[in-house]
Write a protein that binds this ligand. Sequence first.
Ligand code: HEC
Ligand code: HEC
Ligand code: HEC
Ligand code: HEC
Ligand code: HEC
Length: 379
Amino acid sequence: MSGRLRAVLALLIVGGAALFVYALGEPPTPKPLPPPSNGVNVVAAAGPEAKPGVLDSAENCKRCHAEIYAEWESNYHSQAWTDELFKGLSNDYRETSCHTCHAPRPLHETGFATAEARRTDRSSGINCLTCHKKGNHVVGSIRDPEGTAEYPADCGPVYDPDHADHGAQQTTIQYCGVCHNLHGTHEEFLGSAYAREGKTCLSCHMPEVQRPLVPGGRVRRTSSHRLPGAHSLEMLKRAMRIDVRKQGGRLRVRVVNQGAGHKIPTDARHRAIHVRVSFVDAYGAPVPVPSPLDTEGAPDKTVSMDLVRLFYRWQQIEPTQVDPLGTLGKPNERESSIEIPAGARGGKAIVRLYYLLVWNWHPETRGQLVDEKVVELDG
Ligand code: HEC
Ligand code: HEC
Ligand code: HEC
Ligand code: HEC
Ligand code: HEC
């Protein structure tokens, strides 16, 4: 069974409560974004238009842009509609308010304030047309210093008035903010050091690739369409680590947000980060401890000492997410501590950081191990 399918089954088992929260408890009203500063309201397009039919379906893009198409097929945008989890939680698609971001119309046509639902070809989710179609041409950002792009009659010519604005940060992050601000990812980013340095969502999620856009085309600076996120171990390692120290008979552990451009975790409330700890004595035998998070639970060989997440409203718990670097007045780390048991003197503490796609999964069996630190304890 694939990891994704397993994730789906688990969430379906988590079941009713989650459905209530997502579908009913919290109407998906995205926070309004500032109006785009450029690009969107320009209507006139210059040059000839695409061959009839090319812009009817995202599948037509595959013929010439096979590599980008394959990248998109492998990412989560292409599955935004067919995702079993989405199907289940949207009450078998009956909850129409969910359609807007999961099967949207072209953003260059509807504008960047909120996404609008489309009625056709929904199974392709967030597709090429969502981000690139505008009337009878495509909008892109070939960063061509000489401005001498040769445009094909088939998909373009893509020259249009928006083109010149595309390097602008406002426009590129606007693409993402339309849908990724339901729980404030966009705003978390804007408050971080990364935004001040001039980075965008693309700096980390759509890094530059040197390649031709079409077979035999000129090699250009293009953007990867793989869009890795929380399903990628490489990204998780880049985002977070743990620092561990001993102080006054306690073990202090910091979860550090070292490289995500927003909180960890961001957006989805079913995601979570667990800090797990275990102690062994001088002979390597486990020393069970009670979990500081579950004071009624019996001591165990491995326990959670911190849980980092955005909680559902019905849980009525303040979020414990860790802010990104450079957020005003907020550290990009979060500390928790646990008493070192007497029996572990001369032994070791083993601390592990796990990322969970679904918060109440068992960390050791279903979480992704992201970092581990072993600390020697004095005798
Ligand atoms: C404002 C745009 C927007 C609306 C409206 C919206 N979603 Fe989403 N949804 C998103 C974004 C963005 C993500 C990705 C979040 C992430 O990965 O952190 C997402 C992710 C999800 C996921 C998680 C998929 C996974 O693999 O973890 C599910 C399930 C989901 N949405 C269901 C719904 C349901 C059900 C509704 C209607 C009640 C809905 N969404 C309405 C934007 C939206
Ligand atoms: C018949 C081949 C062909 C088809 C079909 C095609 N394209 Fe293109 N596309 C090209 C070529 C050639 C270029 C320019 C490449 C260059 O100059 O390096 C291009 C460029 C682009 C650009 C960059 C534009 C810019 O100004 O930055 C985008 C975006 C784009 N295509 C999107 C699409 C989408 C979306 C589809 C499907 C609806 C599509 N293309 C279908 C051949 C095609
Ligand atoms: C039209 C709405 C929409 C737009 C625009 C959009 N996204 Fe998404 N994005 C989603 C939804 C919905 C999902 C979750 C799909 C699923 O798994 O069902 C998602 C998933 C993702 C994921 C995968 C998350 C994970 O957990 O692995 C990343 C990364 C991401 N988006 C980044 C971006 C970036 C960067 C941009 C801007 C270039 C962007 N998105 C634009 C709606 C959107
Ligand atoms: C400085 C690099 C960086 C920037 C900038 C950045 N991200 Fe991320 N993002 C990451 C890393 C690393 C992860 C993996 C850690 C994680 O999932 O929390 C991630 C994860 C995600 C996820 C998966 C969410 C989840 O629930 O954990 C989404 C969705 C996402 N990013 C969207 C965005 C959007 C939208 C923007 C722009 C507003 C953006 N990112 C800007 C580095 C970045
Ligand atoms: C979630 C939005 C999104 C989707 C879906 C998407 N793209 Fe893109 N695409 C972008 C962004 C953002 C850029 C870079 C633009 C910028 O830097 O302003 C880009 C750039 C491009 C370019 C120009 C060269 C480059 O890489 O900078 C081409 C060609 C392209 N995309 C084709 C496609 C095709 C074909 C599909 C479908 C298989 C697709 N895109 C799906 C957002 C998207």
